[in-house]
Ligand binder design. Structure first.
Ligand code: MCA
Ligand code: AMP
Length: 492
């Protein structure tokens, strides 16, 4: 089945240029005095401030020898400095490699080894040390990029086909691959949600999502930059801080993952969410019960959408018209969508990434012969066309909006001498959506491991959000005749 995209008006030629840096340059020129970003420490920063600061940072990075196409790893908490450096990197044509600040040494070492960055921007001495240990040639700096400036480099000259971001995301193999997003991809994805959600320069977003995933970076930050709107930056999510920011800054937009909305639904101040023009949810399914509690308690009907690192935003509930809980709506402007025979969602459009960095085989496997990207999500359409995501073609746990691949966790737990066999799967949880659960068969020869010892072992090697919250000791794992573990038979 092949449906048109009524989630918004069609994607025409982007009004402000062919790339995000071009669009930004236009805003810098026409409205330098407009408030653009707010943070607690700095107060309001204008469009002109961001222009100047990003030029300075670009001159320092260029002075240190960075050239268009070089990778720059970025792993830091949200701050205006981080945004200035991100914008400097895009304007200079560097390829940004965002990395979760929760990653441990082995996860960071994989990213460094795979993407071979020339520089890294981090806000933590441990992470700085891990990067240097993985590759002593990487130039490691803080988010303020405290380096001597070189001569003013050429800026805003990137072409739509040039790579802009390597977004690391895992496959079933458990080793994260870098999805190459071009400048054209970034612009198409921001432009489609600008149109669909009626995002204008008068909007103000409360941005409490981290800037190291596409949700916060590609949707929240890039959308703000493209539209010439403004954003209040919060370095962490806290329901009170979000609602305080909404009130103090007359915000109009909030984007979050379902765990954030579940926490907002439990706040005694829930009704204040009703002040916002629109609240968008994504990264994981929003439970209809949470949708209803928010609608009843604040009048806010959350607009749920569906995206991926490889594609940016694909599908969205309509801005005008019914926002139907349990569905993700219709293809966004510019996005074509079809369901394969087994129900797998396939998409095509200017938002779809160029391929996995250095992995031609994985890239080929991710596309159909006729060029559609296979998302790995299973969908079905309501009779009137709303898309429901009903499952996944690959093993993936989504906890609090973050993806965890069971294989990666299993590989780590199997390194423990007292673990003979292990299987990891998600089990349902009202706050987190799913929690990571491990079924462990202890080694007969060793003393059975304590749950706490396994948790410590895992958290030395993996980001906290990937570590099992529950460990169940069992005598054997359910397997099929070929010996493959039957994950769907694992019940918490
Ligand atoms: C933190 N913890 C988690 C998670 N986050 N555990 C499981 N899943 C998580 N997502 C751990 C902490 O390390 C801590 O462990 C314990 O849980 C309690 O932390 P808490 O303070 O309650 O958590 P928090 O700091 O408030 O974080 C919850 C959060 C956060 C705000 C929901 O996880 C978050 O910002 N999630 C959104 C991530 C995101 O941007 N995803 C988009 C990717 P301990 O106590 O042991 O230290 S997907 C994407 O980009 C695509 C394009 C899309 O469609 O959007
Ligand atoms: P990531 O690879 O981290 O970008 O995560 C993308 C995955 O998140 C998608 O393939 C979906 O499985 C999931 N996802 C994103 N938005 C939604 C949503 N609204 N409902 C259900 N799953 C979602």
């Amino acid at each position: 089945m092949h449906l048109p995209g009524p989630a918004g008006p069609p994607l025409g030629d982007a009004p402000m240029g062919a790339t995000l840096p071009e669009a930004l340059a236009a805003h810098f020129e026409t409205s330098p005095g407009r408030p653009l970003l707010w943070e607690e420490r700095r107060g309001w920063v204008t469009s002109g401030d961001l222009d100047r600061a990003s030029r300075q940072v670009a001159a320092r990075l260029a002075g240190a020898g960075l050239r268009p196409g070089d990778r720059i790893l970025m792993s830091a908490a949200t701050s205006v400095e981080l945004v200035e450096t991100h914008v400097a990197a895009l304007r200079l044509g560097l390829v940004v490699v965002p990395a979760n600040t929760a990653y441990r040494e082995r996860e960071i070492a994989h990213l460094v080894g795979d993407s071979s960055p020339r520089a890294a921007v981090v806000d933590d001495p441990d992470r700085a040390g891990w990067i240097r240990r993985a590759d002593p040639d990487v130039l490691v700096v803080g988010p303020d990029v405290d380096l001597r400036p070189g001569p003013a480099p050429l800026l805003d000259a990137v072409r739509p086909e040039d790579p802009a971001i390597l977004g690391y995301t895992s496959g079933t193999t458990g080793t994260p691959k870098g999805a190459v997003l071009s400048h054209g991809n970034l612009l198409a994805s921001s432009e489609s949600v600008r149109l669909a959600w009626r995002w204008t320069a008068d909007d103000r977003l409360v941005l409490a999502l981290p800037l190291f995933h596409i949700h916060g970076l590609g949707v929240g930050l890039h959308g703000t930059l493209l539209t010439g709107a403004s954003a209040v930056l919060l370095p962490r999510f806290d329901p009170d801080e979000v609602l305080d920011a909404v009130a103090a800054h007359d915000a109009t937009l909030f984007f979050g993952v379902p765990t954030m909305y579940a926490r907002l639904a439990g706040s005694p101040r829930l009704s204040e969410l009703g002040r916002l023009r629109v609240c968008v949810s994504g990264s994981a399914p929003l439970p209809p019960a949470v949708f209803d509690r928010l609608a009843d308690g604040s009048g806010q009907r959350i607009l749920e959408r569906y995206g991926m690192t490889e594609t940016g935003m694909n599908v969205s509930n309509p801005y005008d018209g019914e926002r139907r809980p349990g569905t993700v709506g219709f293809p966004l402007p510019g996005v074509e969508l079809r369901l394969a025979e087994d129900g797998e969602v396939e998409v095509r459009g200017p938002n779809v990434f160029c391929g996995y960095w250095g992995r031609p085989d994985a890239t080929a496997a991710a596309f159909t012969d006729d060029g559609w990207f296979k998302t790995g999500d299973i969908g079905e359409h309501d009779p009137d066309g709303y898309l429901r995501l009903v499952g996944r073609a690959r093993d993936l746990i989504i906890t609090g909006g973050l993806n965890v691949y069971p294989r990666e966790v299993e590989d780590v737990l199997l390194e423990h001498p007292a673990v003979s066999e292990v299987a990891v799967a998600g089990t349902p949880d009202p706050e987190w959506g799913e929690i990571v659960t491990a079924w462990v068969v202890p080694s007969p020869a060793a003393t059975p491991p304590e749950e706490a010892e396994l948790a410590r072992f895992a958290s030395d090697r993996l980001a906290r959000f990937k570590c099992p919250r529950r460990v169940l000791f069992v005598d054997a794992l359910p397997r099929n005749a070929l010996g493959k573990v039957l994950r769907h038979e694992l019940k918490g």
